[in-house]
Write a protein that binds this ligand. Structure first.
Ligand code: ME8
Length: 666
């Protein structure tokens, strides 16, 4: 029987849309899942959404809809995003799934019956953002340090889980299994926390305060605290307690999280699992997961990125411009797993050009072009012994070993560094063996065979090694090299002799990673800006500056979910006045009535070369009403007027009948 590997992402809150951090954690799990498949494991990979609790109830209320409808909508955004980043999860769980609700209630009942849940009195500093009571120590200047808001003091009757009684057992387990929590810094953080007495955990919320949760099975006046509910998703997804998946994949579980949720996963969850095992009469460590893998935070600009603070990077914006594989590669290569990393688009382009276009892309294209030119595209038999070629093959085998060691330890950047070292050596081998010189001398024919064959075999190995991180590229390379799919090959079959039999015919290579010409990208972006009538914007306007940072023009997405489209607020407007903007020959300042109580809006449109101002007054126009305001030539523009752009004519879009201003356009 194959060994089993169960990997989980945190289940994400549905109070905001997916961002770079969520994409990173989910891509990491996808990479770990694909890598373990290469090792021959039976793999199960689960992600999902966390949908109960104050935060979600509040967000739904703000949106003016029911929590369930709200959760359905945002959960759908997460679920829809993952395939577009080439993430192949086996299961997507939602805490509002009926199976999950039943599992949480079952576990609560078991732990309650075993005496580990009791009714008590609680008073404390509650932070709505964190969904938990904060200790005095955690407050900074009387505020929650993460949400910059003072917590509210709440006193009430509640149920408690006897977490404190598992403190010593947890310390012992961590000390006996030093990589239970990894990397080590996070193990140390949990142990440091456990040096203080561990308090019991309040696991209920009175319905008077919150109804959006799972009702306690033993007291219908309360719902379950969101963490006691959410953590159990990892068991529900396997069909605990009966399902065959549970027997196969638990406790061979590995969780992946960022450092923000270390405490719930490093303390609440293992003590809950110990209590559950005890309630079932099993040894206390029977259900403890295998590893908790903890990564750092992606920071954007000077600070931390979080949906609460609102400075988020949208994954598809980048993957759409640079490709999904380069985006995945950048994230895995750039972050030292466990530490924080800085995200910037410039760095992404730098890595793309250096590692993907130069190193990998160049090796692939030069080797296969030479094979085509000197051997008609047919992989030769390597008959002559050659020390340098042998060394490159041995390095490839050593790379496989190092790579596997690092990947198992979730040190992805090191695994990739090892592969890129091999790619670098292969490129150097090309330079020093000079196949172009060998090709001119018939006496060197056997030597040329060895050189070309060795390089082709290296490409074969590299294809398999990069496949977890760059699955699409690896698939293209494998197809081109006449190999099976990398996931069917597996690591075990990477041997000195190589994967590609002599006699294989390989066509001329496609360009895997066309170099990104940074100047061209900038120029293209500026042109697009000019087209949008924004070129005349002063560099000092903050919105204009922000725009300048963008490296590439935004291309329309190949497909858009209806939800994404529906976020654009299109309205019909009536132009009340129009004047030229001083010092900008393309811009008109329009006063547009959108039927709003706040009065007409000022909108700057880049159509001055196509309309005299007076031509527009009285006309109806379609306006993007929820575009962020921008300052153009000192005028704040609140919205955008839609126009059809012909070869040399630009005409505003309008209905064929006059309708009331403010009418929805869809
Ligand atoms: O905490 N850098 O959900 P959440 C890297 N529902 N990763 C980041 C990140 C960043 N800047 N920001 C977020 C919750 N993440 C709970 C989890 S699990 C039973 C319940 C990633 O939507 C990272 O994985 O706030 C982090 O742990 C997670 O998103 C938090 O997601």
């Amino acid at each position: 029987m194959n060994p089993s590997f169960y990997i989980t992402t945190p289940i994400y809150y549905v109070n905001a849309e997916p961002h770079l951090g969520h994409a990173f954690s989910t891509i990491v799990c996808d990479v770990a899942a694909r890598f373990h498949r290469l090792l021959g494991y039976d793999v199960r990979f689960q992600t999902g959404t966390d949908e109960h609790g104050d935060k979600i109830a509040e967000a739904a209320q703000k949106a003016g809809i029911q929590p369930q409808e709200y959760a359905d909508r945002v959960s759908g955004l997460f679920r829809g995003l993952w395939p577009r980043l080439n993430i192949a999860n086996d299961h997507f769980i939602r805490t509002t799934d009926p199976e999950h609700i039943a599992t949480v209630r079952l576990i609560l009942q078991k732990v309650h019956d075993a005496g580990d849940i009791y009714l008590g009195q609680y008073g404390g500093h509650y932070c709505v953002g964190c969904e938990r009571f904060l200790t005095e120590k955690e407050l900074v200047d009387g505020k929650c340090p993460d949400h910059q808001k003072p917590p509210v003091w709440i006193e009430e009757e509640n149920y408690f889980f006897r977490m404190g009684s598992y403190q010593q057992a947890l310390i012992d387990h961590i000390q006996r299994n030093p990589d239970f929590i990894r990397p080590e810094r996070y193990k140390n953080e949990v142990l440091a926390f456990l040096r203080e007495p561990l308090e019991d955990l309040c696991i209920s919320r009175p319905k008077s305060r919150l109804t959006w949760g799972i009702e306690l099975p033993f007291d219908d006046r309360f719902v379950t605290y969101v963490w006691f509910d959410a953590l159990i998703n990892y068991l529900t997804g396997l069909g605990y307690p009966e399902g065959p998946l549970f027997g196969q994949y638990w406790p061979a579980a590995q969780h992946l999280i960022a450092k923000d949720i270390l405490k719930p996963h490093g303390i609440y969850w293992p003590t809950m699992l110990m209590a559950l095992a005890k309630a079932e009469g099993r040894p206390s460590d029977a259900y403890l997961y295998r590893h908790l893998n903890v990564h750092g935070y992606w920071n954007v600009g000077a600070g931390k990125m979080s949906k609460t603070l609102g400075n988020v990077v949208k994954p598809l914006d980048l993957a759409g411009v640079y490709g999904v594989d380069p985006f995945r590669y950048f994230l895995l290569r750039e972050m030292t797993f466990g530490l924080d990393a800085a995200f910037s688009e410039d760095l992404l382009v730098e890595r793309y050009n250096a590692d993907l276009a130069n190193d990998l892309g160049n090796l692939f294209s030069r080797v296969l072009n030479m094979l085509s030119q000197y051997r008609g595209g047919v992989v030769p038999e390597p008959l002559a012994p050659a020390e340098d070629a042998g060394a490159l093959r041995r390095l490839a085998m050593k790379t496989v070993e190092d790579y596997a060691k690092h990947m198992r330890a979730f040190q992805f950047h090191q695994a990739l560094m090892a592969v890129w070292q091999l790619i670098g050596e292969a490129n150097r081998f090309v330079v020093h063996s000079e196949p172009w010189t060998l090709a001119k001398d018939p006496a060197q024919s056997a030597r040329l065979d060895v050189v070309l064959s060795t390089l082709v075999q290296t490409l074969g190995d590299v294809t398999v090694l990069i496949s977890p991180v760059l699955p699409e590229t690896a698939g293209r390379m494998a197809e081109h090299l006449g190999m099976e799919l990398p996931e069917l090959i597996g690591l075990e079959r990477l041997e000195l002799t190589g994967l590609i039999p002599a006699g294989t015919r390989i066509a001329k290579p496609p360009a895997l990673f066309p170099r990104i010409d940074t100047d061209k990208v900038k120029a293209k972006a500026e042109k697009a800006e000019a087209k949008a009538g924004q070129k005349a914007a002063p560099a000092s306007a903050p919105a204009a500056k922000e725009k300048k940072k963008s490296k590439a023009p935004i291309e329309p997405a190949a497909e858009l979910d209806y939800e994404e489209f529906a976020r654009v607020d299109l309205k019909l407007g009536q132009v009340l006045a129009a004047v030229r903007v001083e010092g900008a020959d393309r811009l008109l300042k329009l006063t547009v009535d959108l039927g709003e109580d706040s009065g007409p809006r000022t909108i700057v449109a880049g159509i001055a070369q196509h309309y005299a101002p007076e031509e527009l007054v009285g006309r109806q126009v379609v306006v993007v009403a929820n575009l962020k305001p921008v300052v153009l030539k000192g005028v704040e523009s609140r919205g955008m007027v839609l126009a059809a752009v012909g070869e040399d004519k630009v005409r505003v879009v309008a209905p064929d009948l006059t309708l009331p201003p403010g009418s929805k356009v869809r």
